[in-house]
Design a protein around this ligand. Structure first.
Ligand code: SF4
Length: 479
């Protein structure tokens, strides 16, 4: 049978739920993200209200807020509130673009980076202080300053000043203050390395594959950009910074190289990486078509799982975020996958000149001539003025999956998220058209894959999935 054979849904038997056919049966989920697996015949009996109370399927659904007569609305409400706890906080991630300069070129930032000598593209120390002041005004109890570029290490003095200023100010404010650096490490030297290690900065290295792949996206003249990044990751680890995380931009150059990609991360001692899904229209000619990108993503995850079963720990962060929500009912508050979206209410981006945006997409849109995402400036706009900006409100409304026609009936809604800023850049509206969205169409298949793994319940695989889903040793997922 298929789900289309279900004829007469009963209105009084099942509590609100959604389902998805994942092959050999389906997964049903409720608004709190509780789930169960059913054969299609069991789904039909459930929907039509004729499920035998003594059946295995009934036992799988009962006690999980799927059966209307045993629905515990207080439990359901508590679970939803816990899942959305981030809504009671405020912006925790504050990205300071301390420079737009880069010592070489980054293909995926073409048109946004500036050359090595463009010192007018550096943030001033005064602007950095204003950024810190705004960040520490956040209602979030934990705040992370994320330094980005360009290549942020080219503006190291400003970064160091901002951190020292933040630590001083925070003596009185007492936020849980984190510091992260997102960099390809191409402007590293011994002094900077020593300071990063002494200050326990969380380093996220941009490593876009093994040398033949990475070097097509990063250029440092005659030097191999990959060799430089790899050298400094090694030095950081030798110096005691055990956890260097990585981002991996999934481009067409990486297709067909799953094994080499995994090998290169293992050789570098990376224990977690975030695969970045980049729609081809935003990849300056380097994008991977959707089906191929999905295929590579799933290959990478499966190879990581196979390695992890043999003790080679390397976790993929996007899968970890989803698994935290699915298996642990815990939300790591990752801004790239949240409902409502994290831009503004979860994080802010400060351009080198002090312009405030809800996200990097918003900053790039501004550089492309669209000022929808300009929320103000760090010196004059004020915390309230920025957070109450109409664009922040519009992004909130547009990214609530319950109200998005493409997502409202999707079984993966409790775990998922959309990017209204990316929608706007690609499709001309904050709501976007989910069914045509590169990201959304990959996300649904990734979640199909994860749920199939969970349903198949191989004990060794489940042990790895549970490790990946455990609340992270870093407080936040910074990318
Ligand atoms: S983005 Fe896709 S997978 Fe996510 S909730 Fe919407 S339709 Fe479902």
């Amino acid at each position: 049978m298929t789900v289309h054979d279900i004829e007469s849904p009963a209105t009084v038997f099942a509590a609100p739920f959604a389902f998805r056919d994942i092959g050999d049966g389906c997964v049903v989920t409720n608004p709190a993200g509780q789930f169960a697996f059913l054969a299609l015949e069991e789904l039909a009996a459930f929907v039509e209200g004729r499920l035998d109370e003594h059946s295995d399927a009934y036992a799988r659904l009962d006690g999980r807020n799927f059966i209307r007569k045993s629905l515990d609305t207080e439990d359901l409400a508590n679970r939803i509130a816990k899942r959305r706890a981030y809504l009671r906080q405020g912006p925790w991630q504050h990205d300071l673009l301390v420079t737009l300069r880069h010592p070489g070129t980054r293909a995926l930032a073409a048109g946004y980076d500036r050359g090595h000598d463009a010192t007018d593209a550096d943030m001033s120390a005064g602007t950095a202080e204003h950024c810190v002041d705004l960040a520490l005004l956040s209602t979030a109890p934990a705040v992370t300053l994320v330094f980005r570029g360009g290549e942020p290490l080219l503006s190291f003095d400003v970064m160091r000043h901002a951190v020292e200023y933040a630590n001083d100010r925070n003596d009185a404010i007492r936020k849980d203050l984190g510091i992260s650096l997102v960099s390809d490490l191409s402007a590293m030297d011994d002094e900077k390395l020593d300071w990063l290690v002494r200050n326990k900065v969380h380093v996220v290295a941009a490593v876009d594959g093994p040398a033949p792949v990475h070097d097509q996206l990063h250029s440092l003249g005659s030097r191999s950009a990959y060799a430089e990044t790899a050298r400094w990751i090694g030095r950081l680890r030798e110096a005691g910074l055990e956890h260097v995380d990585a981002t991996f931009a999934l481009t067409r150059h990486a297709l067909g190289h799953a094994d080499e990609i995994i090998d290169s991360y293992r050789e570098l001692g990376i224990r977690s990486m975030m695969v970045e899904l980049i729609p081809p229209e935003l990849a300056s000619g380097h994008g991977a078509p959707r089906e191929e990108a999905l295929g590579l993503y799933l290959e990478l995850v499966d190879r990581m799982l196979a390695g992890a079963k043999q003790g080679q720990e390397l976790a993929e962060r996007l899968a970890s975020v989803l698994l935290s929500r699915i298996l642990q009912q815990h939300d790591p508050n990752y801004l790239g996958l949240r409902s409502p979206a994290g831009g503004g209410t979860g994080g802010l981006v400060y351009g080198h000149d002090g312009t405030v945006y809800p996200s990097e997409h918003g900053r790039r849109a501004h550089l492309d001539g669209d000022d929808l995402f300009v929320l103000g400036d760090v010196e004059h706009s004020g915390y309230d003025g920025i957070l109450r900006h109409e664009t922040v409100s519009a992004m909130l409304v547009a990214s609530m999956l319950e109200a998005n026609p493409g997502c409202a009936l999707c079984a993966y809604q409790p775990y998922c998220g959309v990017l209204p800023d990316e929608n706007h850049r690609l499709q001309g509206s904050l709501h976007g058209r989910v069914r045509d969205s590169y990201r959304a169409r990959i996300l649904v298949n990734i979640q199909d894959h994860l749920f199939r793994l969970i349903r198949d319940a191989d004990p060794a695989v489940m042990a790895v999935l549970k490790r990946w889903s455990a609340p992270d040793e870093h407080r936040h997922f910074v990318v």
